[in-house]
Ligand binder design. Structure first.
Ligand code: ADP
Ligand code: ADP
Length: 232
């Protein structure tokens, strides 16, 4: 078991974020979190990434209980951040360097890798995400699709086991959406676990292998495999 949630609840000051989630995810799954806007998809991704911790219930990652007390330790936070990478819905919050190459180098440098190892990761991750020609560009001047790919490259540079993506297709052209989905399928084939939030079933039905569907009461209303869907 890669991760497990038991009776997990998350409350915002004036509203519920997540209500009583029970969920187990295995390594190598390709999961789509579905449901209307405001149903809790982003909140779940924030919990899985350690940016927020549950008010009630448990979240285990690799048998480690992830709590506020556990994450108060900077080394624990850094380890979780290395193992679980997140591409935010608004990539402007995660692109802050002066060039694409610097953006991708930032994470591995923080890990303390040698300059040669950092450069190798930058080259590899830019190639994987079709960003090699963007290397010297300024991130905030890129198109929406380019920003998403650079954000993904910068996350991949930490070599995480798990990739979380919040609406990665939003704002992309049809061609860029297809390019992103193909890339995610390649990453899954390479062994990554992928958990992606999307409010648009049409866009993701071809790639998802398991669909976890939230309702407007912030609960999991259904949890179905692609096989189940195709049998119906
Ligand atoms: P989704 O990603 O499915 O659109 P969210 O997880 O963003 O859903 O939101 C779940 C609920 O929590 C919604 O009612 C939303 O308004 C609320 N919410 C999300 N973020 C915040 C926040 N920072 N402060 C207060 N309420 C929030
Ligand atoms: P998402 O589906 O990613 O939540 P939103 O547009 O709903 O997209 O949220 C964008 C940002 O605003 C997120 O950081 C979210 O946490 C925050 N947010 C969402 N709903 C609320 C809310 N009701 N009150 C305060 N902040 C919110």
């Amino acid at each position: 078991m890669l991760l497990k949630l038991a009776n997990l609840c998350y409350d915002y000051p004036n509203t519920k974020g997540l209500v009583d989630l029970n969920l187990s995810i295995n390594a190598g799954e390709f999961i789509c979190l579905m449901g209307p806007n405001g149903s809790g998809k982003s909140t779940l991704l924030r919990i899985l990434s350690g940016l927020a911790t549950p008010n009630r219930g448990q979240y285990w990652f690799h048998d480690q209980l992830i709590t506020a007390a556990y994450l108060a330790d900077a080394q624990h936070r850094q380890r979780l951040h290395q193992q679980i990478g997140m591409v935010f819905q608004n990539t402007d919050v995660q692109l802050f360097n002066t060039s694409v190459a610097e953006e991708v180098a930032f994470g591995p440098r923080q890990l303390g890798l040698s300059a040669a190892a950092v450069e190798q990761r930058v080259t590899d991750c830019l190639a994987l995400t079709a960003c090699t020609t963007l290397r010297d560009r300024v991130p905030y001047q890129l198109s929406g699709g380019e920003k998403k790919r650079v954000a993904l490259a910068s996350v991949l540079a930490l070599n995480p086991d798990v990739l979380l993506l919040d609406e990665p297709l939003n704002g992309l052209t049809i061609a860029a959406q297809q390019q992103m989905l193909t890339l995610l399928q390649r990453l899954r084939a390479a062994g990554k676990t992928i958990i992606m939030a999307s409010h648009n079933f049409q866009q993701v039905q071809a790639v998802g292998q398991r669909f976890i569907i939230f309702n407007s009461a912030h609960q999991i209303a259904a949890d179905v495999s692609a096989d189940d869907l195709h049998r119906q």
